[in-house]
Design a protein around this ligand. Structure first.
Ligand code: FAD
Ligand code: NAP
Length: 529
């Protein structure tokens, strides 16, 4: 099958990309490995899976009718509600007919003579397309760490990112969960309520802030919708891709009493508001330490046993240099009689056994193990495909020392290949809906520009790519982010290069850069007809 464009992935990125490319008149197909659409919200069905961005903002903005008509039940949406929404969008815009499910792309090769991509899949089909758009997601390759003896474990085990579709009943069972990132922190309170006993195996404590979630207030909904367009524009021009109001005052300019009140005010607002207390919160270690200590004090307030509270207090990374967790009753869960916290830095897990898990200090009998151990983030899904550009060079080789790109959108040596929310763009540091829409719209406008001028080839120069890659690193180095062993740094995957992958210059500033590049005739890109 010969196409104008091929999209890989039917999450919120791929589906919107399809909609925009239809608008250009492109013959387009979306290939999706899963049996259904929705990406993240299709795969991550673990108990408590929920959005950390408010519902009114974690949604598409491209259709005024859609955003006005859709009603979100909660301030922060549950996974089934988001999945229902994505399915509604697919039906409303008649997207399904160009989506092929249960089809994994395994290889993509650029033919320099035909100037087209040849795409191979695990079903044996071969397609060709002028443009290849990878909408494969930043958090779509779940990672189960090596655990000796897992094959002999007599119970059931699951990864949060590949959860069974008919759910899991933990009633009466002894459950162990490994991992206390966002997924673990959401799942732990819910599993604890159902299980006979829950053992949490924690390697690194994490900062988490209450969501203060609840039903969406009808007055808030009405007033936000009354100005939906303006609110979206604020989000697009902000650092975070949201309408949350960021502080412009650095710590040293705030009197201690004012700072204290501000911390409490932000805490009461909940969620990512805590990242925005001081203008220098993620750039100045002293400013950050004030917020970190405030957050630790809140943990000590929430957890009754001081020894358990101490274990739950993060001390090895600055506040918000890992994606901040947004929780409902996470720390309070450790006040329950049926929950045990095991610090696996002090007593590492030695192996799984037929009856449970053995640590350096004890045997823990378990019926179920839940891995909330994260993903091979940002590069994992791209590197999983054998992508070959000019001269047969592979993306895996090009990125062996860490990802390189121009604007997180294209890679030198790989013409006509686009990455939605690729490394080198703000993506995972933001409300990803805002970043996804921006990328999709930029790519669609770019392809419209090429079509109108009968141009068939676009590719960044190696120099431009180097400059942008250096810029991404320099901006990252001006912040505290590289101090954390986060998945932003590739630190969660043994052997992965330690590189700060997203662009931390801010969603709005980044958008302006991308707009400038387009206005100047796609500056930094080589275009050929
Ligand atoms: P995805 O949703 O990851 O979709 C990519 C799709 O590509 C997947 O369906 C995958 O199966 C498919 N795919 C990958 N490789 C191939 C291949 N080789 N062949 C065929 N198909 C392939 N972001 C926020 O901003 N706020 C949140 O609160 C938030 N919560 C999250 C919660 C969880 C549990 C996770 C994992 C992520 C969360 N994110 C959140 C990030 C989230 O991934 C994005 O917001 C968004 O959903 C990404 O959409 P996407 O379409 O780009 O990627
Ligand atoms: P994660 O943040 O990478 O957390 C993984 C957890 O597993 C960490 O606590 C990690 O410990 C632990 N771990 C990993 N390997 C381990 C091992 N071998 N032994 C013991 N512990 C191990 O993954 P995640 O929680 O799935 O979240 C990933 C991202 O998805 C989030 O940061 C966020 O962007 C998104 N997400 C968002 C939400 C939301 O609130 N809406 C929910 C879920 C996910 P270390 O810290 O020591 O590595």
């Amino acid at each position: 099958m010969d196409l104008d464009s091929m999209i890989v992935g039917a999450g919120v990125s791929g589906l919107y990309m399809l909609h925009r490319l239809r608008g250009l008149g492109h013959a387009t197909v979306v290939l999706e490995a899963g049996d259904g659409i929705g990406g993240t919200w299709y795969w991550n069905r673990y108990p408590g899976a929920r959005c950390d961005i408010e519902s009114l903002e974690y949604s598409y903005s491209f259709s005024e009718d859609l955003q006005q008509e859709w009603h979100w039940p909660d301030r922060y949406s549950l996974q089934p509600d988001i999945l229902r929404y994505v399915n509604h969008v697919a039906d409303r815009f008649d997207l399904r007919r160009d989506v092929r499910l249960a089809t994994r792309v395994t290889r993509a090769t650029f033919d320099e003579v035909a100037r087209r991509w040849t795409i191979e899949t695990d079903t044996g089909s071969v397609l060709t397309a002028t443009y290849l758009i990878m909408a494969t997601g930043c958090l779509s390759v779940p990672r189960v760490p090596e655990l000796e003896g897992l094959e002999d474990f007599g119970g059931r085990w699951y990864h949060t990112g590949a959860w069974p579709h008919d759910g899991v009943d933990f009633t009466g069972r002894r459950v162990g969960i490994i991992g206390t990132g966002s997924s673990g922190i959401q799942a732990i309170p819910i599993i604890a309520r159902q299980a006979r006993h829950l053992t949490v195996f924690q390697r690194t404590p994490n900062f988490s802030v209450p969501a203060w979630n609840g039903p969406l207030d009808p007055d808030v909904e009405a007033s936000f919708k009354a100005d939906y367009g303006a609110n979206r524009e604020i989000a697009r021009r902000s650092d975070s891709g949201t309408t949350l109001e960021a502080s412009t005052t650095p710590t040293h300019a705030m009197a201690p009493e004012v700072a204290k009140a501000e911390l409490e005010r932000r805490w009461a607002q909940g969620g990512f508001n805590m990242e925005l207390v001081f203008a220098d919160e993620t750039t100045d270690a002293n400013a950050n330490a004030i917020v970190a200590e405030f957050a630790r004090r809140k943990i000590r307030d929430r957890v009754k046993d001081p020894a358990v509270a101490a274990l739950l207090c993060p001390t090895d990374h600055p506040f918000a240099t890992k994606r901040l967790c947004v929780d409902t009753d996470y720390f309070e869960t450790y006040n329950r009689d049926n929950v045990t916290l095991v610090d696996i830095r002090a007593e590492p897990i030695a192996r799984a056994t037929p009856a449970g898990v053995r640590t350096a200090a004890r045997e823990v009998a378990l019926d179920d193990i839940v891995f909330a151990t994260g993903f091979d983030a940002m590069t994992g899904a791209l590197m999983a495909v054998d992508i070959r550009g000019r001269g047969g060079q592979s993306l895996r080789a090009a990125w062996a020392a860490g990802p390189r790109s121009y604007l997180g959108l294209m890679v030198a040596g790989f013409p006509n290949l686009f990455t939605v929310t690729g490394p080198g763009s703000p993506s995972v540091l933001s409300n990803m809906m805002t970043s996804i829409e921006q990328h999709v719209e930029w790519i669609a406008a770019c392809l419209g520009h090429l079509r109108d001028r009968h141009i068939r080839l676009i590719e960044p120069s190696a120099e431009t790519e180097q400059r942008w890659t250096d810029h991404v690193r320099e901006v990252g180095d001006q912040t505290l982010y590289p101090r954390a062993n986060s998945w932003y740094m590739g630190a969660n995957i043994p052997g992965k290069p330690r590189v700060f992958m997203p662009y931390v210059g801010g969603v709005g500033a980044y958008r302006t850069i991308c707009e400038g590049v387009a206005e100047h005739g796609y500056e930094g890109f080589a275009l050929a007809s």
